[in-house]
Write a protein that binds this ligand. Structure first.
Ligand code: CU
Length: 341
């Protein structure tokens, strides 16, 4: 029994172990997340106080009745003089409950206004169209000068201190965009356009997860979110806007030929080449991403071989088919992909 008690006491610690890190509720690395976190704290304090008061009254009543001697009937004559005090206490309690609930309602309303304010007045500097697909994310960066627009996949970069307007669309089924460290959730609904504003305040790397069950590989639909200083962000933008450099080694050139003449270019785009399809992720700057297949594998030579040799083995059900390259073709294609810096 002592042992059981000790392990029970460890439970809350275990629950707390989930706090902190790149994907955590209660994170305060964005203006919106901090607003929601403040509201949550207020709710915990107010409801906690009421809970404590109810428990205190309960124990006081039990104690006054004489504890376990519940069979002792109350003496009606003896309690009568206390009625007045009891009535006042009941009125006070009712007033406190109404006041508490109204306070929480007003606080929720103000937080909501504040979140909406960031949409209206934040004058978003960054404009991203994020499209949910089974089971990967397409990101389209939009600029006042459309010649600077570019696409990437399964990752976004944001600068600190600016509001980013994320426009959300779904290509197939409902998905949900959720970077808990930065803001609340927003659904992506086929045929509708929704949006959410993120105003990151702290440089770092965060993980977004599709938060609406969307089929077989729902759990492997992550988005890598990097918050940069404005200078780093500008550097990243400049690199992303450039088209892909032409391959130079014989192996990479052979891989390029395979890519452009076989199935790959029917589904993928590489800016600056004839490949312009949008069925799968844009690969123009594939090697600048930390993961492939929406967070399923880390990016690198080995995982790329594994993925292209057998995408269905890595992510069963994914919309990239088994192609059946021979060993040379596989090495060549990966050599080409590795030039896409
Ligand atoms: Cu999804």
């Amino acid at each position: 029994m002592r042992r059981r008690g000790a392990s029970l006491m460890l439970l809350p610690l275990l629950a707390l172990a989930g706090c902190g890190g790149i994907q955590t509720i209660g994170g305060r690395e964005g203006r919106e997340a901090a607003l929601i976190d403040d509201l949550f704290t207020l709710f915990c304090i107010v409801t906690g106080l009421f809970f404590a008061a109810v428990m205190a009254f309960l124990f006081a009543a039990y104690w006054r009745r004489g504890g376990h001697r519940a069979d002792r009937m109350p003496d009606e004559g003896a309690t009568a003089p206390r009625d007045r005090g009891l009535r006042i206490a009941l009125f006070a309690w009712t007033a406190a409950v109404i006041g508490g609930l109204m306070g929480l309602a007003v606080a929720s309303f103000l937080t909501d206004r504040s979140l909406a304010y960031s949409t209206a007045a934040g004058r978003p500097v960054v404009s991203i169209e994020l499209i949910g697909n089974q089971w990967w994310w397409e990101a389209r960066y939009h600029f006042p000068d459309p010649s600077q627009n570019f696409r990437t996949a399964n990752e976004i970069h944001l600068p600190t201190g600016s509001a980013a307007m994320i426009t959300l669309k779904a290509n197939d089924v409902i998905h949900s965009f959720w970077v808990p460290n930065l803001a609340g959730k927003q659904d992506l609904i086929p045929g509708r356009v929704t949006d959410i504003v993120l105003t990151p305040t702290k440089v770092g790397r965060y993980r977004a997860q599709c938060a609406e069950y969307c089929g077989l590989q729902h759990a492997h639909m992550a988005l890598d979110v990097t918050v940069d200083t404005p200078a780093d962000y500008a550097r990243w933008l400049a690199a992303q806007t450039r088209p892909a450099a032409a391959p130079t080694t014989p192996q990479a050139i052979a891989g390029y030929r395979f890519f452009m003449t076989r199935q790959c270019s029917a589904c993928h785009a590489v800016a600056g080449t004839p490949a312009g399809a949008g069925v799968g992720p844009d690969l123009t700057h594939l090697m600048s991403r930390r993961t492939i297949a929406a967070g399923t594998l880390p990016n690198g030579t080995g995982p790329l071989h594994a993925w292209i040799a057998d995408p269905q083995g890595v992510k069963p059900g994914a919309n990239m088919p088994y192609i059946g390259l021979d060993a040379d073709e596989l090495h060549n294609v990966v050599a080409y992909l590795e030039t896409l810096k």
